[in-house]
Ligand binder design. Structure first.
Ligand code: UT7
Length: 332
């Protein structure tokens, strides 16, 4: 029997309508459009403003878009993985809530928390289930309501992040397409540089933790920047070398969208020119787990069957990794 590979066979997305611009952020904290564009490269980000709406609402809309686009019935789905650091609640898993909201009843589901590497870690996980031959249709939905954990009085973090969701369908193939390989890594020491101090079992929420704003994301930007530049570029270069890929063999680099300078450094290290890099940070900011599938969604019409694509991510944990895949379909 021919080897089974796992291929992405469709992409769906949902972005909230509200656009939080740099000009608006400049009225909330001491910053400027010029600083944000020069140091980060973000012009605006989407924010889920509707009262009572959460990560699962965006995730469910992305999954519905995916199912409609691929002509898939919810009953056909075997498994759903939700990559998120902003679950609706600490428990149950947001994946279960999304499955309920999308009428996915013949599946099991779970959340995967790998921060900005959440999508690539989920794709590696889905790949195992598909390659085993036992699973035929796995949905990965990366969804984040980052605005729920951002302190809009902190100029060092609030310009960076945005809300959004994207979903992919992963199916088996025996053709020479799909996920070829991946390299994933973690370093738990990095947790000191990027985390949320309170609300977990280490420091349960209290009046004091709320007063100290410890329920918001805490980041030491420079330390994270340094680690992101070296780790993401190294692992992307490593997977290219392992598969004897030159820059000209790669159709697209799809990097996590945290900072334009990190994206440029990664592309430089791989010898890849800017027109081979998917970039949408300017309009959505850093949507954590959702950045990579949102890029695939934005660029879907430009992708051709057999295109060599390198995904690369770095995030809290620290977590990082790179996936090499061959795109599975031509524009529809
Ligand atoms: O996706 C998860 C992984 N996260 C990342 O990859 C983020 C990685 N880090 C970064 O992207 C960058 O470190 C930041 C964008 C967060 C910060 O950029 P930076 O060039 O590293 O700035 P910095 O922290 O070194 O700060 C330089 C100066 C400081 O002022 P002083 O101390 O030199 O007077 C900051 O207070 O810039 C100041 N600053 C700002 N100024 C205007 C920091 N944030 C702002 C701001 N507007 N929004």
């Amino acid at each position: 029997m021919a080897n089974i590979r796992a291929a992405i066979t469709g992409v769906g997305a949902y972005l909230p309508e509200y656009r939080l611009t740099n000009d608006e952020i400049s009225k909330m904290v001491d910053t400027t459009d010029e600083w944000i564009m020069q140091r980060i490269g973000i012009k605006e980000r989407r924010i889920l403003k509707e009262e009572g709406k959460a990560t699962s609402d965006m995730g469910a809309r992305a999954v519905k878009d995916l199912l409609a686009k691929t002509g898939t019935s919810p009953d056909e789905i075997d498994m759903l993985i939700c990559a998120t650091v902003t679950p609706d609640m600490n428990l149950p898993a947001t994946a279960n809530i999304i499955a309920h909201k999308t009428n996915i009843h013949n599946a099991w589901s779970f959340d995967l928390n790998a921060a900005c590497s959440g999508f690539i870690f989920s794709l590696s996980t889905a790949t195992q289930f598909i390659e085993s031959g036992r699973y035929k249709k796995v949905v990965i939905v990366a969804a984040e309501k980052m605005s729920a954990i951002i302190n809009y009085e902190d100029r060092t973090t609030c310009p960076l992040f945005g809300d959004g969701a994207a979903a992919v369908l992963v199916e088996p193939t025996t053709e020479d397409i799909g996920v070829i390989d991946y390299i994933n890594r973690v370093d738990g020491l990095g947790r000191h540089h990027l985390h949320i101090k309170a609300g977990g079992s280490l420091k349960p929420a209290s009046e004091e933790t709320v007063r100290n704003k410890e329920h918001y994301l805490y980041q030491e930007g420079q330390a994270v920047f340094k680690a992101a530049v070296s780790s993401m570029a190294d692992v992307a270069a490593e997977i290219m070398e392992k598969h004897n890929l030159n820059a000209k063999d790669v159709a697209w680099l799809v990097p996590h969208q945290a900072n334009m300078r990190i994206i440029e450094a990664t592309a430089r290290r791989m010898g890849i020119s800017k027109d081979q890099v998917m970039i949408n940070i300017r309009k959505y900011g850093n949507t954590t787990a959702a950045t990579i599938p949102l890029c695939l969604w934005d660029y879907e019409k430009q992708l051709k069957k057999g295109d060599n694509i390198i995904l690369a991510a770095f995030g809290a944990g620290f977590t990082w990794g790179s996936t090499y895949l061959k795109w599975a379909y031509d524009p529809k």
